[in-house]
Design a binder for this molecule. Structure first.
Ligand SMILES: *Cc1c(COP(=O)(O)O)cnc(C)c1O
Length: 401
């Protein structure tokens, strides 16, 4: 599996050396992030843009590293607006997601959002009202939940099936008319984010092809088709957590370049990946607290757990593990399967089952790579930077807070 860059290994070892307790922490390799994203951007054909979906990882140093490299950001909550506005390099940003609050939309209008991706007829009416009150004509993309042939759906389908996202194609004409008739909305294009975890480049090519085939029909619904210029094809590029073979981004870009070059009607295409951008730069390092054997199975009990790194349980996979022995060992111990668990008192707190490791001992460190996207941030109530809920305590006749 993945080798550990020496900067990352040193950071982990330094952190452990200066900590009284065994550690659990995330390390992000910003050099690797920049290098990866430079290659991703360099592969883009003409008339194709890339916005980073910040919900994958919106920590300030990540956004500051990415802002100079990408064309913009995609966000989905008021909390995420604060993150992009707080970024040292201001970049254009677009706002998608169901369940946008009026206060989020007002904040987006105030903070110069480039485009709002409207997800329902109700939202179009609500946004028109708010844009009018703000005295701003707002560019919008209509998010579509298209009819998709079954073979093009994926593990985490977000379109082509019943979902809360976007507008079904039979309702699209109505949605376009509603935007056209809204005094403070300007239709700039269409948005489709159909899936997550796409690992097959052929399928993704077919998917883009299908959108591009439909584009002229979608665009023709508008009163002024020439002002409808953008097709946002979403994110969803997958990461292979279980093997070395990663998504062939270069091949997808080459295909798209040829496809767009041969099409006089072609839109400006915009990608908005999250996972594929930030996953590779992150590492979750956990110290071994105990090793034991129970009913014939070997367990490594570590600091931390799935409350900090929910990704493996969320996806139902066994995460790869890199073993850093506390001291170099010349070991002849046999490799055996270890189940790596955290500190939570639930049998569900499993990071990896039966992972082959050699001579694991208390005080060693285990490092879980590919932890830079949907790692820490999906593991708790801060996901998508939504505010935490209040906890109210009530009783008959008593005070409540
Ligand atoms: C989550 C999301 C993305 C990013 O998805 P990845 O699978 O991380 O690439 C992009 N666009 C929208 C609308 C999303 O909800």
């Amino acid at each position: 599996m993945t080798e550990l860059p020496s900067t990352v290994r040193h950071a982990i070892e330094r952190a452990q050396a200066s900590s009284a307790d065994p550690i659990a922490l995330f390390v992000h390799d910003l050099d690797a992030l920049r290098q990866h994203v430079r290659a991703v951007m360099a592969a883009l054909p003409p008339k194709v843009e890339l916005y980073y979906a910040i919900k994958a990882n919106s920590e300030a140093p990540i956004l500051d590293a990415l802002a100079p490299l990408v064309h913009g950001f995609e966000i989905s909550s008021g909390g995420e607006i604060d993150r992009v506005v707080g970024c040292a390099t201001r970049k254009p940003y677009v706002f998608s997601g169901p369940g946008k609050l009026d206060s989020d939309l007002r904040a987006a209008l105030r903070h110069g959002v480039e485009a709002i991706h409207v997800e329902s007829l109700n939202e179009i009416a609500r946004l028109q009202h708010l844009a009018e009150a703000a005295g701003r004509v707002q560019a919008v993309l209509i998010r579509i939940n298209p009819q998709l042939p079954a073979p093009l759906s994926s593990k985490l389908a977000m379109a082509g099936t019943p979902t809360p996202f976007g507008i079904d194609e039979p309702e699209l004409a109505l949605a376009v008319r509603q935007v056209d008739q809204a005094s403070h909305l300007q239709l700039k294009g269409f948005h489709v984010h159909a899936m997550s975890h796409q690992q097959q480049v052929e399928r993704h090519e077919q998917l883009l092809d299908l959108y591009l085939q439909r584009w002229p029909q979608w665009r023709a619904l508008a009163a002024n088709p020439q002002t409808v210029t953008h097709l946002n094809v979403g994110g969803g590029i997958g990461v292979n957590y279980l093997g070395p073979q990663q998504f062939d981004w270069q091949r997808l870009c080459t295909y798209l370049g040829q496809r767009l070059g041969a099409d006089a009607q072609a839109p400006i295409v915009r990608f908005e990946p999250g996972r594929f951008i930030s996953a590779f730069c992150g590492y979750y390092a956990i110290a071994v607290l105990d090793t034991k054997t129970s009913h014939g199975k070997h367990f490594v009990v570590c600091r931390g757990g799935t409350h900090q790194f929910r990704l493996p349980v969320a996806q139902g996979h066994d995460h790869p593990v890199i073993h850093l022995p506390r001291q170099p060992r010349s070991t002849s111990a046999a490799t055996q399967p270890w189940t790596v668990v955290g500190q939570l008192c639930t049998p569900k707190d499993i990071l990896s089952r039966d992972y082959p490791l050699q001579d694991v001992r208390i005080g060693d460190l285990l490092v879980l790579p590919l932890a830079g996207a949907y790692g820490y941030n999906i593991s708790h109530v801060d996901f998508l930077c939504h505010p935490r809920p209040s906890l109210l305590f009530v009783q008959e006749g008593g005070a409540c807070q």
